[in-house]
Ligand binder design. Sequence first.
Ligand code: FAD
Length: 501
Amino acid sequence: MQPVVIVGGGIAGLATAYELDRRGYPFVLLEAGRRAGGVILSERVDGYTIDGGPDALLVQKPDGIELCRALGLGDRLIPTKPPRLAFIQRGQTLHPLPSSSVLGIPTRVGPFVRTRLFSWAGKLRMGAEILVPPRPLEDDSDESIGAFMTRRFGAEATAYLAEPLLAGIHAGDVDRLSLRALFPRFTEAERQHGSLLRAFRRQPSQASPDGAFRSLPGGLSEMVEALVAALPAGAIRLNTPVARVIHSVNLVNPVNPTNLVNPVNPTNLVNPVNPANFANPLAPSFSIETSSNDRFHASALVLATPAYVTANVIRDADEALARLCDQIPYASTATIAMAFPRTAVQHPLNGSGFVVPRVEATGILAASWLSSKWAHRAPADRVLLRVFVGGARDPRALELSDEALTTRALAAIGPILGVMGPPLLTRVYRWDRASAQHEVGHLARMQAIDRLLEAHPGLFITGSGFRGVGIPDCIADGRAMADRVSRFLAGGARPSAGRPT
Ligand SMILES: Cc1cc2nc3c(=O)[nH]c(=O)nc-3n(C[C@H](O)[C@H](O)[C@H](O)COP(=O)(O)OP(=O)(O)OC[C@H]3O[C@@H](n4cnc5c(N)ncnc54)[C@H](O)[C@@H]3O)c2cc1C
């Protein structure tokens, strides 16, 4: 019996494990796959370092970078290579995102007036944002990113900024993703200043001189490898998919079984007043069954799996909780990595890559120029590019074969980058239901999930489906879960849930 079982060895589960270990709590982590890291996967092939999934840690949310430093990787953090431009495709032209912007919202007039990304009518409408009245303060209903941006900046800003950039990083639908859940800063700016242009113009630039992102020379798998090495040997069990969880609350307090007998009023079962009962290692309250019918018993359980997996494993324990988790949608994407001789690509590749607005309909979401973005990704005289396909825009893309995905990727980037000849190397990474979609209503659903969790002391839920999607948010939430677990095991009251900021 372990006091704590963690299910899922993506970054959220690993961060939970790391923090529990740091605090001296023994645990076992059960991971379905052959490796830890979840969607974080970097491969080193023929002198290339290829990030099949994420490649960047956002500086503004420091949890990722702080964890790297704590793991001894501080000296290995690398910034993006200058000139740090990101491009947006319109027609057959790649337009640099106007400099001086906050998440695409221009903060200075000059670069915005000069850009040819927007029509003059579009620019005028965007500039008129300053005159658009804010939503009444009493209206705190959720709104999609698309509805918000169109209301404030007009349809062109939604089509050429919000859709490819803000929804694009989530591979999501701009008309469904929740502004409040994903970009609360915009909601706040409107509430406090009445206008985003006014709010962001007044804010001092938070941009780091070395750019907004960091990575590692060996790809972000370096962080995963360091995390795994920092955990006790044998604490991670790979190839161990969990099938179901039983919450045997009646085991909790053998001394006082009256707490336990009223199924009509499950609040009786919670006993938040005396959660120290649950800390008794002789009284495990969770039974965790793997697909091969092995059983683990634990006093505290952290589920760090995608929300639909979490739903499946807890269905027998709490049908209503499972239903809510199941309502969190996921999008699927493929990353097609391709290497070329430098001379076979005419474009200067003077930036990190480009995004493709939905209205351009080229069949891809974006392309990143990995070897221009980071040092150490490709041998000299070679370039390494990645193309992203699928997402909410094209939910059936993963039905295509690797060859068809590669053909589509080449057809989309060939003309715009001037690619001549076939790739020297191709790798296709399939991310089936891997991108959590925090859609309108997500925060209300999270509140309902947290309320139902009250009935399961010792049960904690984390991962990108729930409180934050990016790696820093997953790390922050995983560590916050470990803090709650340790307080629970130490007999403190169940702390209330919260979203990492
Ligand atoms: C292509 C792509 C690019 C991205 N780029 C970036 C980026 O550059 N920067 C950034 O900050 N974020 C990025 N993200 C988002 C971020 O990487 C993810 O949201 C985050 O890594 C998710 O971590 P997680 O631990 O919640 O989930 P996952 O990584 O999905 O891990 C969940 C784990 O649970 C395991 N599991 C599933 N079922 C079971 C079961 N039954 N039993 C046991 N284990 C199970 C899985 O095998 C997996 O290891 C990107 C995401 C994708 C898909």
